[in-house]
Design a protein around this ligand. Sequence first.
Ligand code: GCW
Length: 835
Amino acid sequence: MRRLLLLASAALVAAENGLDGWLRYAPLPGASRYLHDLPSSIVSLNASETSPVYVAGSELQKGLQGIFGKQVSISHQNCNASSSIVVGTVDEYSKLCGSSAALPELEQDGFWLSTKGNSVQILGRNERGALYGAFEYLSMLAQGNFSQVAYANNPRAPIRWVNQWDNLDGSIERGYGGASIFFENGGVVSNLTRAAQYARLLASIGLNAVVVNNVNANASILTPQNIEGLGRIADVFRPYGVQLALSLNFASPTIIGGLSTYDPLDPSVIAWWTNVTDQLYQRIPDFAGYLVKADSEGQPGPLTYNRTLAQGANLFAKPLQPYGGIVMFRAFVYNQLNESDWKADRAKAAVEFFQGLDGQFDDNVVVQIKYGPIDFQVREPTSPLFAHLRNTSTAIELEITQEYLGQQCHLVYLPPLWKTVLDFDLRVDQKPSLVRDIITGQRFNRTLGGSAGVVNVGTNTTWLGSHLAMSNLYAYGRLAWDPANDPQSVLQDWIRLTFGLDRSVIDTITQMSMESWPAYENYSGNLGIQTLTDILYTHFGPNPASQDNNGWGQWTRADHTSIGMDRTVWNGTGYTGQYPPEVAAMYENIDTTPDNLVLWFHHVNYTHRLHSGKTVIQHFYDAHYSGAETAQTFLTMWESLKGKIDDERYNDVHFRLTYQAGHSIVWRDAINNFYFNLSGIPDEAKRVGNHPWRVEAESMTLSGYKTYAVNPFETASNTTAIVTTTNSTVGTATTKLEYPSGTYDLAVNYYDMYGGKSHWQVYLNNRKIGEWVGNSEDTLGHTPSIYLDGHSATRITFRGVKIEKGDELKIVGTPDGVEPAPLDYVSVLPEGVVD
Ligand code: GCW
């Protein structure tokens, strides 16, 4: 008996690699108690193995086995058997099992779920609706929820799509979870196991289509061989009710079609696209449609031929229409601008390009609009375009992949950010006009609409490169289904499904996640100034100067005295005038503009006082200290869960949170140094530029090391680091530590570039206390940097080191490849100090 118990508890923390995501069907503690109340058979009303109803039956069987250890058989008739789960479509149920008169009306993809004792009914309006119902029932069971229910659940919007930015060579633009699960070497991969597993995860949260290739589209996706490959992907998606869609290159007729034009009104071009579309439907009868990035960031489009964007979109809408296909046409259209023009403003571009076209798009076109008017920043105001398209269907574009938000190396739970836009009231015609009601079609009576999420999963077993980042994908699906859902309660469903029902696990991960976006905003870009990441390179670490003096229009207009974009009508770019009057009036006036967007809308002195009472510059300083401090607590909170989570996932997350704790300090110091340097205004709390617990590497005694002026300067403490004198010289940096004797955490800040794996060793009085290798190019999964900068800057901490006053600290750095074992500084941290 004792042995059995031991085995049982060991099973609870068995190693997990993340592949099953939230569909683990892990054993429920005390499951045996419920065995009697569970159905003892499954009736799935479709015997065809590729049907979602069949899959629903198998999932239910697998779930009951995993969660309760109960084996249940499946049949495909006999729907009135007692103690059974019946799953199927409403129509099939009426046909095989008699009346379903008592059921409420269901919408496409909706389902009815009723549990009475051990009789369960799961009926979908269509097959995938039935599958969604099965997943919902399993989600209840896996969370230990045995309530008796009887309700209909309908999605709020028909478009619940995923965009993958996968390239045909297998790389993924802005992907941080490994290579593509769909493509390699110019074609579709032969083994589509992962594609099927992905479809399963997506179906379980109600997502219904995947655009499998990058919006920066390679025209050769449409070769006959690739269409055949895409057909194979669609075949593995279909049993999960997931449809395949494609990104198109607008110039395909000239690139692969042999035509001399791609003019959308040219008959040969129309015929070419009609033919391609017919071929696609021949192989993929349930093909969902096209996604088009046109006239944007160098992509070709209709403007080349002086045709409108609507004419460009309708070119695809027409051939898709007879098949029921949809065109998702992206609103991300803008030009390079000149910063010396005070009125130039990229944020205005989408409305300028699209507003005059409202009503000119065919009915099966949906304009896909990023949540804010620039580009997935840490905070943006709602895109005003949502208020302008009343006779055109729209969808919101969200990024699950954390391109500008830490690239899965920082925990950032995104739904609270998305909610600032989904719940925003645009007050069109002075009436309630929540973005969530606009995209679902409700506000302007549109039948189409919904959400597109850029996900970019890869071959990593964690899918996104980080276990905790999967909460964003899960929540994306739940919000696409119903954008009124609450981010925290959705998060807690995900935690229970992913990590189990332990109260402390749920509370801890909830707290970390809910604090994570505010913390990230605090230690990156505040007050609506955008993320302040390096927009010209990897979009990862800090580089505020990269925002300005270029044509990208993500300007901060920061100078020695002032900062922010004046977007007012009276004195600025006029962007505020793109909002309906009530919203425009709020943002036009600095007194009614919320602090968190003040620098988005107004250009002010650093000494401008916010509603909070703080000056802008002091807010920057304080926010950066507080954000980085919060990030330290994520690690300690996670450590409180040791033993409650399997080692594999515990260690993986621990590694990332350690990284985040260090990198949040890099962010904090870089942004504070930058604006202190620019403004010359000191931090009232005397923290910025004042680091009593640091020993700068350049002030240590060096042998084989030389000083190095880091660029951007603010990404090194005291602007200077050290590097080995050659790529093969071992460097030594030595110093006497003059702190009072005691126990400290010893933190070393260094740079981990790609192009080499340097090795560092730390000695105290010639006793080695630690060593490490600069291999983040293998471990972090984000786009690395070849320079010493805010992307490569990082920290390692040795905890609880006993140090006597006068001890000698020595760091030995061995370079590798082009990485010269760079070091920035050492911090000797008494308990509770974050320096
Ligand atoms: O933010 C930018 C990204 C590009 C992306 C583009 C877009 C796919 O940096 O990588 O291209 O947005 O959304 O089209």
